[in-house]
Design a protein around this ligand. Structure first.
Ligand SMILES: [Zn+2]
Ligand SMILES: [Zn+2]
Length: 208
């Protein structure tokens, strides 16, 4: 499986394009300048996966949905109101041209196993940053959204956030091997081993 990281400089958001046997998956289409479409060209897009419902993670969703109307869009139902614009999380949101999408176009995803074309996706519900935050394990690689970053974690003070839920979610990272690659929603990629040793929020929970 080939993983392409597309970074939006202004917000340091990462979009991930996964390609395997001419089939593809997009995780968090935050990029709006055509790089996602360019990376996807010649592949069959099997699914668009959101790690959670914050707008900076789906600014490119509408454009992608128009181009690939048959590719199902997945997001945990607890964050649907953010994606459809029925919930306002940041005041600056009113000033921005957000790429909202109707809830009829969304599919729910929760902890469990999913198959999209040739891709096997294990999903883990990890509330704390938002109620509907999930992470995806695909081919022994983790796509962690705003739950886990290199040397940091997502904030818990936004609507739907919870420090307590975040602590419980972070404990779930214990089940992954140290060499598991972590692709976060913002910033550089890392490994579970690195985070277990150096991430101040993980050290006391699952450190060694
Ligand atoms: Zn977020
Ligand atoms: Zn974010």
């Amino acid at each position: 499986m080939q993983v392409t990281t597309i970074n939006v400089k202004s917000s340091d958001n990462n979009t991930y394009v996964l390609i395997q046997d001419n089939q593809s998956i997009v995780i968090d289409p935050s990029c709006t300048d055509g790089r996602i479409q360019h990376t996807l060209s010649g592949t069959q897009l099997k699914a668009i996966l959101l790690t959670h419902g914050h707008y900076d993670h789906f600014l490119g969703l509408n454009a992608l949905h128009r181009l690939y109307p048959n590719a199902p869009i997945y997001c945990n139902h607890n964050d649907w109101d953010f994606v459809s614009g029925d919930a306002m999380i940041f005041s600056s949101q009113h000033l921005m041209d957000i790429s909202y999408i109707s809830q009829q176009s969304l599919n729910d995803i929760d902890s469990g196993h999913y198959t999209f074309g040739n891709f096997n996706v294990e999903t883990f519900s990890m509330p704390g940053h938002s109620k509907g935050s999930v992470i995806y394990e695909i081919d022994h690689q983790l796509f962690t959204g705003d739950v886990l970053f290199k040397d940091s974690i997502g904030r818990c003070d936004l609507v739907g956030g919870s420090d307590k839920a975040m602590q419980q979610s972070l404990r779930l990272f214990k089940q992954f091997n140290d060499d598991t690659i972590v692709y976060p929603g913002h910033g550089s990629a890392t490994t579970i081993g690195n985070e277990r040793r150096y991430n101040p929020w993980l050290i006391h929970l699952i450190g060694r």
